[in-house]
Design a protein. Structure first.
Length: 334
């Protein structure tokens, strides 16, 4: 399996040439200016807007710009898996492995954490050479982070790291049979707000206790779940997740009732190339970014808000961009 990928946060002129904005001085770079965090101004939606981290008030559309970090951190940053801690200050993101000899960028083998309210250098929370680190999620109190990994020997595995002392322990989730007949471990996707359960993917969606023991199936495997898109509502009652069309095209955002297993499609697009969503802190609204084919074969990404029954949709921000650009990407609502 060829696991090489092109880093989504940069535009590529070729497989070996990265186009990146030239560093600016603090005086000329608004991203380097100190700003408040979500804990100071709660209720903002956090997005990567081109090369800036922006917190948007969904009602007034007021924007706050937050630094993406030290210039050395900024290069090759893998923000498509970035998650903001519950305190609204710490941003966890992946650092891809760069193989200069083979002119390639590979999925992250490190998870870095930085304070978005300043321009200090990020700190390495996890480094696992020989592993591809997948999506990661914070515990509600921010003291731990759960993440999944892939390696050639055991395929998918699951881990928990203490954010203070950086101690990493493996969590063994139930196994399931793949189409080839192999037995793979389910991979955790999100952590329940009370810390007792994970939602895991593997032949459908499943509810698993935090110790790895199986609880129940939440959704059948009729549709392919997009890994990294599952989000518990803050009250723990519902779950958002994205499924991919059978042909690999189109995306549908589903909302699932955890207690009953009832699934309802919330947003659907046959021409969507990307779809991400997260909950408002009060569980009453949902923010999502949807990327679809626009005019002249380019792309267009919208940041929208909708309620959990699929009504009262409002567009907060729109951006047209080229196919190789990551112009607008949802991170969190804090």
């Amino acid at each position: 399996m060829n696991r090489r990928f092109i880093v989504a946060t940069v535009a590529l002129a070729s497989a070996t040439t990265v186009v990146w904005p030239a560093p600016q001085t603090d005086a000329g770079n608004p991203s380097s200016k100190r700003s408040v965090s979500a804990i100071d101004e709660p209720g903002r939606i956090y997005v990567q807007h081109r090369f800036e981290l922006v917190g948007i008030d969904p009602d007034t559309k007021d924007r706050k710009i937050f630094g993406l970090g030290n210039v050395q951190d900024l290069v090759y940053q893998y923000l498509t898996s970035a998650r903001l801690a519950p305190d609204g200050r710490r941003l966890a993101f992946g650092k891809p492995y760069i193989d200069i000899a083979n002119a390639g960028a590979f999925p992250p083998n490190k998870i870095l954490v930085r304070d978005i309210t300043n321009s200090e250098k990020s700190e390495v929370l996890v480094e696992m050479n020989g592993f591809e680190l997948q999506h990661w999620v914070w515990s509600k109190d921010g003291s731990k982070m759960a993440f999944a990994s892939w390696d050639a020997k055991e395929n998918y595995r699951n881990w928990i790291v203490e954010t203070r002392d950086r101690k990493v322990e493996e969590v063994r989730l139930p196994r399931y049979k793949t189409e080839s007949g192999a037995a793979w471990q389910m991979t955790l996707q999100d952590w329940s707000p009370d810390g007792t359960h994970f939602v895991a993917v593997g032949d459908g969606l499943h509810l698993v206790k935090a110790d790895g023991s199986f609880v129940k199936r939440l959704a059948e495997a009729a549709q392919a779940v997009r890994r990294g898109t599952c989000r518990f509502s803050p009250d723990g009652a519902k779950l958002l997740y994205v499924v991919v069309g059978r042909s690999g095209e189109g995306r549908t955002l589903n909302i699932l009732d955890v207690a009953t297993g009832t699934v309802q499609p919330l947003v659907e697009g046959l021409n969507f190339t990307e779809l991400r969503a997260c909950w408002a802190p009060d569980s009453k609204r949902i923010a999502y970014t949807a990327t679809h084919v626009g005019g002249n074969a380019g792309l267009e990404t919208h940041l929208n808000i909708i309620d959990p029954v699929g009504k009262n949709s409002v567009t907060v921000l729109s951006e047209r961009h080229e196919r190789n650009e990551m112009a607008l990407f949802l991170i969190d609502w804090r």
